[in-house]
Design a protein around this ligand. Structure first.
Ligand SMILES: *Cc1c(COP(=O)(O)O)cnc(C)c1O
Ligand code: SF4
Length: 330
């Protein structure tokens, strides 16, 4: 564990975490007696009200939304092959906040926090406190400017939409000023998990005027996460000219069956979003209980291909360190 995490672990009050978890469970009228929970973790329980309201009253063991946010004791299992930086972000880190792995595009960790803590998150151990701070923005953007091959900037996180709207606007205006950048891509779970908290006013009027092509890649793993509120928000963004895509993570007990994945693609499309990636889990310490092995993943994807039109079939990919892109598995 690095020092930043140790500090935040100390700051976190286990009793407070358990209180929040129990309050959430009571709200959704679910008892977690069957599942040993995790009281003490640096990666605390966190879920926005909207996401909690989408949770259906189902037993925890097969509750797809609850499992994504419930801290369970299995996270402490130490499993061979699982590590703190599974995709070697810190090896491709020319400047704090900047990760440059692939041709033509670079990724900026724009915010140190998320509105929701997904238990499988591959950046759950990322040293945000050392890496991510608004004072690094200018040097990260200078590094981008110094490399004329980069024409797309990806804002990732933490969740860029967890920044205040003013801070987000400041960053995207700085990016808009860089002539070589043609496309701004935002990777965010906020529009799905907390549509009421996603940026609206200044962001929408900026979208209508910017010369940039804007792509919003949302993150949704199950059709139950989509609501009338997400649909309304997607509509606003679409009307402002944004291309909307979705990425999911293939998660055991959440979406590892063909009906769930099929429904997800259809519901995304109903709401104006196209499936982009179905990511194989990055092997981050604490997430092994979510693993679907490659063989099963490929079999599922093959079955899915027989059920969906090509444009609703997400690409099944894996982040293999050292490759020049995400690796397609099927
Ligand atoms: C996944 C990823 C991207 C985006 O890859 P695309 O295939 O363009 O979606 C870019 N940079 C980094 C560091 C990534 O991990
Ligand atoms: S929203 Fe994304 S970055 Fe944030 S915890 Fe979830 S998976 Fe991780």
């Amino acid at each position: 564990m690095n020092s930043a995490l140790k500090q935040s672990a100390q700051k976190e009050q286990p009793a407070k975490t358990m209180q929040a978890v129990n309050k959430m469970l009571a709200r959704v009228e679910i008892s977690s007696e069957q599942i040993p929970l995790l009281a003490e973790t640096a990666f605390a329980f966190k879920a926005p009200q909207h996401f909690i309201e989408q949770i259906k009253k189902q037993p925890t063991a097969d509750n797809p939304l609850l499992k994504q946010i419930l801290p369970v004791a299995a996270e402490l299992d130490s499993v061979p092959g699982y590590s703190e930086d599974p995709v070697a972000d810190l090896t491709f880190n020319p400047q704090p906040s900047l990760i440059h792995k692939y041709h033509g595009r670079a990724l900026m960790i724009a915010s140190p926090k998320c509105d929701i803590h997904c238990r499988y998150c591959f950046r759950r151990h990322f040293p945000y406190e050392e890496q991510v701070n608004q004072r690094h923005w200018q040097s990260a953007l200078d590094a981008v400017k110094a490399d004329s091959s980069i024409h797309e900037l990806i804002l990732s996180g933490g969740d860029p939409m967890s920044l205040s709207e003013n801070a987000l606007m400041k960053l995207i205006r700085l990016i808009d000023d860089i002539e070589q950048i043609k496309t701004l891509r935002i990777h965010s779970r906020t529009p799905v998990a907390a549509p009421d908290q996603a940026p609206r006013q200044q962001f929408l009027s900026w979208l209508k005027n910017t010369r940039l092509k804007v792509v919003l890649v949302v993150h949704c793993n199950h059709a139950d996460e989509l609501s009338t509120q997400t649909e309304a928000l997607f509509n606003l963004y679409r009307q402002a000219g944004v291309t909307l895509l979705n990425q999911s993570v293939l998660l055991k007990g959440v979406n590892d069956n063909v009906e769930t994945l099929q429904q997800l693609s259809h519901k995304l499309f109903e709401q104006g979003v196209l499936p982009y990636y179905l990511n194989q889990l990055d092997k981050v310490a604490g997430s092994a209980h979510f693993e679907v092995n490659d063989e099963q993943a490929i079999a599922l994807h093959k079955e899915l291909r027989g059920l969906l039109p090509g444009y609703l079939l997400p690409k099944l990919v894996k982040d293999i360190v050292g490759r020049s892109s995400k690796t397609p598995l099927a």
